[in-house]
Design a protein around this ligand. Structure first.
Ligand code: HEM
Length: 312
């Protein structure tokens, strides 16, 4: 496929996300409802043996964290089953920054941007009749077992009881290079120190519409909310360019560091509009893999930021 065809698919994904979410000017077309927090990250001594990245050398690193619900509806009830997310921006000593974006469900539902677009389009009404097509998604899932497996994992983890009691997965493989030049691929996992806690959809929907924010506010009044950052290391046989394939759970994991979420940003709404979290915003010592979904994302996020900034 030519570069220009692929770019069109990415713009179409953003269009389709917006069509599915409805009109919410100034908001993201997905992950619209969020809580922006501040925190601190400190790497473990073993992190520097994996990567020479400046935030993995052991200094305290200020961070901005954006917890969100995957839906594009900023008014959606927090109890609606869906993926949840944690985007972290590390503010590096040289004034630059580096991001990790992670979802509550492991893996992803499409192997390529074209497949992701087809899945989103299956959720749109029939273009001719404007009527919903209840068979379209089940038909897509029959032909795409990896998408069906992702949806199955989502149904097993429909609603976290707290943003602070949820694990989040960076999904893609990234290439980590240490000071001595050795490189290896790994995938990020954030593990909550308070342990995981889930709600059934029936219980979750009975809570207040913003219970995830209220829960975080109340936890933070009693002290920081902690996460461990683990890196799952790839075996030579593990695919590093297919985000739909989970690596075996017994692959070794290196503990890279600890994040303390300390407080909710008082300027959260303004922060959200001006900030972009982008998984390809990296730093020396951390590189991209050849995963086509990873490589598509930066363009999507910048199209989305552009539209949000124009109040579209
Ligand atoms: C081709 C695949 C994908 C496309 C086109 C896409 C598109 C988008 C768009 C347009 C946004 C809104 C960005 C903004 O306005 O700032 C977004 C947000 C987000 N996406 Fe994706 N996405 C893709 C795959 C993924 C994957 C694999 C993950 C897994 C980690 C992910 C996690 C997130 C998160 C966490 C956010 C919220 C970021 C924030 O808090 O600002 N996305 N995505």
């Amino acid at each position: 496929m030519s570069e220009s065809t692929s770019r069109t698919a990415i713009a179409q994904i953003v269009d389709t996300m917006r069509a599915l979410a409805g009109s919410h000017p100034g908001f993201r077309p997905v992950h619209a409802k969020a809580v922006v927090c501040h925190g601190n990250f400190r790497a473990t001594p073993q992190a520097r043996s994996v990567s020479r990245a400046p935030h993995l050398q052991g200094e305290a690193i200020p961070t901005v964290i954006r917890f969100s619900n995957a839906s594009g509806n900023p008014d959606a009830h927090d109890g609606v089953p869906d993926a949840r997310a944690m985007a972290v921006k590390f503010q590096l000593p040289d004034g630059k920054n580096a991001d990790i974006l992670a979802l509550s469900i492991e893996g992803f539902l499409a192997r390529t941007p074209e497949e992701f677009l087809a899945f989103l389009q299956a959720q749109l009404p029939d273009p001719a009749t404007k009527q919903p097509r209840p068979d379209a998604v089940p038909r897509f899932l029959e032909k795409h077992p990896a998408t069906a497996a992702f949806i199955q994992r989502l149904t097993q983890k429909p609603v976290p009881a707290s943003y602070g009691q949820c694990s989040y997965h960076g999904e893609h493989a990234f290439k980590f290079t240490a000071a001595d030049g050795t490189s290896r691929f790994g995938r990020y996992h954030w593990m909550p120190e308070a342990g995981e806690a889930l709600l059934s959809p029936d219980d979750a929907i009975k809570r207040s519409a913003n219970f995830l924010r209220e829960d975080l506010e109340s936890r933070l009044r009693n002290g920081p909310v902690g996460f461990r950052l683990l890196l799952q290391l790839a075996d030579e046989s593990d695919p590093t360019d297919d985000v739909t394939v989970l690596w075996p759970a017994d692959r070794p994991k290196v503990e890279l560091g600890r994040l303390e979420v300390t407080d909710i940003s008082p300027t959260g709404m303004a922060d959200e509009r001006r900030m972009v979290f982008d998984p390809t915003n990296l730093t020396d010592g951390i590189g991209l893999s050849a995963d086509p979904i990873l490589l598509a994302r930066s363009e999507a996020y910048s199209i989305s930021y552009d539209r949000r900034s124009k109040g579209e």
